[in-house]
Design a protein around this ligand. Structure first.
Ligand code: 13P
Length: 256
């Protein structure tokens, strides 16, 4: 945690969730009013097919809904793509960009991810920019170099603490049950903080830095207690309301 930064716990549903999963979103939405959760922000990013209905379930509660990706353009001939304006129009508030699965499945580059983040910001939304090293890069001692390059390439020049969140997700920790040591998470987050602070000054000092990769109810409190970890980006465990809520409560509990 960073003093005076309001944590964010975000759930990334990836390509999971049919209409019957709206019940799960509704359960999380109703529970988000719990006073024990009032000190954190909560976000769910369901698949685009559920996004609008999901926002209608959250009209009067603090749970926010976001997108998992957007196109860099506002509109046009891009079959199958979704613009940041469309997500804003569906009352989404944030958009994940540059997730490692998009970098791998769709070959997205840092400059494309930067353009998507710019589009999200231009639409008045928060861009959650994902970065992270592969197992091979970690083993060969390149982690911080990789993070430096991804941050420099993917984060827009007009990033502020209000419009940008950085999510550090080691690729090898995603969906594997593997988690870096506390010391490795601390080192990566301290590095990201110093990079953002040297580029964006006070805005970089205040920017939220999330950890993602096999966050579970059992490890959330420990991970969230690490310096400069200002919340979590949760995959698999966000698909179950009780697990996601337990992670949210563990995060809020760390605030004392
Ligand atoms: P898991 O929590 O399933 O490891 O996924 C993390 C992730 O990729 C969130 O964006």
């Amino acid at each position: 945690m960073t003093p005076n930064i309001r944590p964010l716990v975000a759930g990334n549903w990836k390509m999971n969730g049919l209409r019957d999963a709206l019940g799960t979103i509704n359960e999380i939405a109703q529970s988000s009013e719990d006073s024990a959760l009032s000190k954190i922000d909560m976000l769910l990013c369901p698949p685009a097919t559920l996004l609008y209905v999901a926002t209608t379930l959250c009209e009067d509660v603090p749970l926010q809904i976001g997108g998992q990706d957007c196109h860099a353009n506002k509109s046009g001939a891009h079959t199958g793509d979704i613009s940041a304006d469309m997500i804003a129009d569906c009352l989404g508030t944030q958009i994940i960009v540059g997730h490692s699965e998009r970098r791998t499945d769709h070959g997205e580059t840092d400059s494309e991810i930067r353009a998507k983040a710019e589009a999200a910001i231009e639409a008045g939304l928060v861009a959650i920019v994902c970065i992270g090293e592969t197992e091979e890069e970690r083993k060969s001692g390149k982690t911080l170099d990789v993070l430096k390059t991804q941050l420099a390439g993917s984060v827009p020049d007009n990033a502020t603490a209000a419009n940008t969140v950085i999510a550090y997700e080691p690729v090898w920790a995603i969906g594997t049950g593997l988690v870096p040591s506390n010391g490795d998470v601390e080192e990566a987050h301290a590095f990201i903080r110093s990079e953002m602070a040297s580029r964006f000054n006070a805005e970089g000092e205040k920017m939220r830095l999330l950890y993602g990769g096999s966050v579970k109810p059992s490890n959330a409190a420990e991970l969230m207690a690490i310096a400069n970890v200002d919340g979590a980006l949760v995959g698999g465990a966000s698909l179950k309301s009780e697990d996601f809520l337990a992670i949210c409560k563990a995060t809020a509990g760390n605030l004392g």
